[in-house]
Ligand binder design. Structure first.
Ligand SMILES: *Cc1c(COP(=O)(O)O)cnc(C)c1O
Length: 441
C-alpha cells in the first residue's frame, strides 16, 4: 500500500497535497477550490476492503456512505475499488446511476424516502433498501408486487448506544428520528411486520450509532447489541438474519487534540468489530452475518482540503482579528452547524509557526459565517492562500448558493496532477431555473 503522506511541505515551504503545490493549484484553478487526493481515498477504501477480506473471509462489503461527498467521480473510484455505496436520496441514486454504479451494490437509506425515490430504487434494481418506517414497508411491498419483484431489505434498528460525539450527530440514542428502538420492543414488532410482507425479503438489520467517533468501544458495543438482537429475533420469531450492517462513523483528524490515524490504522476499528461479531456468533449460537460497514467521513474527509484567498482583514482592538476569505458557509457550513474545529495553514509558508489566533470569516451576510474562531495562524496578508484541512467530507455535499455565491469546483490530484471532478458553476447557473418577471406579467 502507498503510505505516502497526503499533505506535506515542500522545499519552498509550500503546502502540497498528493504531490501538487497548493500555490500552483490556486493559480491554475482559482479559489475557493476543493482539492482531493485520490491516493488517500483509495488507501482508505482498500484498508476497509482488505480487512474484511483477511479477517472475515471476504464475507461482507464496504459501502461508501456517499452523502459525505457525492459526485460522479467518487462513485467511479468506489466502483473501481470494489466497494458498494449507500445513497440516501433520489438525487444521490441518480448520480450513482449516471456514473454507471452497479445497482446490486447500492443500498438505499433515509428516514422518509419519498414514494418516487422508492420507485426509482426499485426500477434501477438496487441491491437493498434499508427500511426506517412501517408505512414505508407497506408502500414498498405494494410497489414491489406491482413490479413483480421481491426486494431485499434491512431494518434500521436503534441499539441505544450513546457515542461520545457532538449531540447533533448522535443518531442511535432513544430519542432519534432514525431506526426502531430495540429497548422498547418496536424493532421486534417491525421485524414481525416485515416478515409478513410477500414482496419484501428481510436480510437483516442495520444500525449507525453516530459520526466522528473515536471510541472503538462504542462500535464494539453496538455490534454486540445487534448480535444479541439477531439472537432474540431468532428465538422469538424463528427468523435468522443473514446480514448485519453496522454503519459508519469512524472519526478523523481535524485539529490539535484529535487522534491522527493513518489510512492503514483504520484497520483496527474493523478488526475490533469483526472479532466481536465472531465472539457473539459463537456465544449466541447464530450464524456469522454478511457484514456491511458504511464509512463516509473517514474515506474522504482527510483526503480533501479547501483553498481560499485572503481578502479583508479587520482587527478589533482588545477583541479579535477577523481574516476574511473568498468562501464561507456556502462551501463549508460545518462551523455554523456544529461549531466544528478546523486547522488553517498559509499555503506558501505552511511550516511557519502560528503567531496569533484569528477568526476566519466567510463572505456571507451572516455574523455567524465563520470557518472558526481562535484559529492559530501566522500573520496573514491580503492575497495569501489559506488552506483549511480535512474538508473532504460534508463540505461540498452541504454547500449551497447562499447569497448567490458560486459553489466552488473540485479537483482531484493524482501523482501531482490535478483535474476537475466538479467544474466551476457560472452565474448563468444561478438564474437557469428562474422565470423572468417579464414572462409572468
Ligand atoms: C452518515 C451515515 C453514514 C456515514 O457516516 P460517517 O460518519 O461519514 O462515516 C453511514 N451510514 C448512515 C446510515 C449514515 O447516516
Amino acid at each position: 500500500m502507498n503510505t505516502r503522506e497526503t499533505l506535506k511541505v515542500n522545499s519552498e515551504g509550500h503546502l502540497e497535497i498528493g504531490g501538487a503545490d497548493c500555490m500552483q493549484l490556486a493559480k491554475e484553478f482559482g479559489t475557493p477550490l476543493y482539492v482531493f487526493d485520490e491516493q488517500h481515498i483509495r488507501d482508505m477504501m482498500r484498508t476497509y476492503r482488505n480487512t474484511i477480506e483477511e479477517r472475515y473471509d471476504g464475507n461482507g462489503l464496504v459501502l461508501y456512505a456517499s452523502k459525505a461527498f457525492s459526485c460522479m467521480a467518487i462513485y467511479g473510484i468506489a466502483k473501481e475499488e470494489g466497494l458498494g455505496i449507500d445513497v440516501v436520496s433520489g438525487g444521490e441514486l441518480y448520480t450513482a446511476r449516471k456514473a454507471g454504479f452497479p445497482a446490486d451494490k447500492i443500498y438505499m437509506h433515509g428516514n422518509n424516502k419519498l414514494p418516487r425515490e422508492l420507485r426509482d430504487a426499485l426500477d434501477y434494481g438496487v441491491g437493498c433498501i434499508v427500511l426506517d418506517a412501517a408505512s414505508e414497508a407497506k408502500i414498498l411491498d405494494g410497489m414491489a408486487e406491482e413490479s413483480g419483484k421481491v426486494q431485499d431489505v434491512l431494518i434500521r434498528i436503534n441499539p441505544g448506544i450513546e457515542a461520545h460525539t457532538h449531540a447533533y450527530v448522535q443518531t442511535a440514542t432513544p430519542d432519534s428520528k432514525f431506526g426502531f428502538s430495540v429497548a422498547n420492543g418496536s424493532a421486534l414488532a417491525m421485524t414481525e411486520q416485515v416478515l409478513a410482507y410477500k414482496h419484501l425479503r428481510l436480510r437483516g438489520f442495520h444500525c449507525h450509532i453516530g459520526s466522528q467517533i473515536f471510541e472503538k468501544q462504542s462500535f464494539v458495543l453496538a455490534a454486540a447489541r445487534c448480535m444479541q438482537f439477531i439472537a432474540d429475533v431468532k428465538a422469538q420469531l424463528g427468523f435468522e438474519a443473514d446480514t448485519l450492517d453496522l454503519g459508519g462513523g469512524f472519526g478523523i483528524w481535524y485539529a490539535e487534540g484529535d487522534r491522527k490515524i493513518a489510512p492503514s490504522g483504520y484497520r483496527e476499528y474493523l478488526v475490533a468489530l469483526i472479532d466481536e461479531i465472531k465472539r457473539c456468533s459463537e456465544a449466541l449460537g447464530v450464524r456469522r452475518p454478511y457484514l456491511l460497514i458504511e464509512p463516509g467521513r473517514s474515506i474522504v474527509g482527510e483526503a480533501g482540503i479547501t483553498l481560499y484567498t485572503v481578502g479583508a482583514i479587520k482587527e478589533i482592538p482588545g477583541i479579535r482579528k477577523y481574516v476574511a476569505i473568498d468562501g464561507g458557509m456556502f462551501d463549508n457550513p460545518r462551523y455554523c452547524l456544529y461549531q466544528s474545529r478546523y486547522t488553517a495553514l498559509i499555503a506558501d509558508r505552511a511550516d511557519a509557526q502560528p503567531t496569533e489566533k484569528v477568526a476566519i470569516a466567510g463572505k456571507c451576510c451572516e455574523s455567524g459565517d465563520l470557518i472558526g474562531v481562535d484559529m492559530p495562524l501566522p500573520e496573514a496578508k491580503i492575497d495569501d492562500v489559506i488552506a483549511i484541512l480535512s474538508t473532504g467530507a460534508y463540505n461540498y455535499s452541504m454547500a449551497s448558493n447562499y447569497n448567490h455565491n458560486l459553489i466552488p469546483p473540485a479537483v482531484l490530484v493524482k501523482d501531482g496532477k490535478a483535474k476537475y471532478i466538479v467544474k466551476p458553476q457560472t452565474y448563468e447557473d444561478l438564474t437557469r431555473r428562474d422565470v423572468p418577471w417579464e414572462e409572468l406579467k
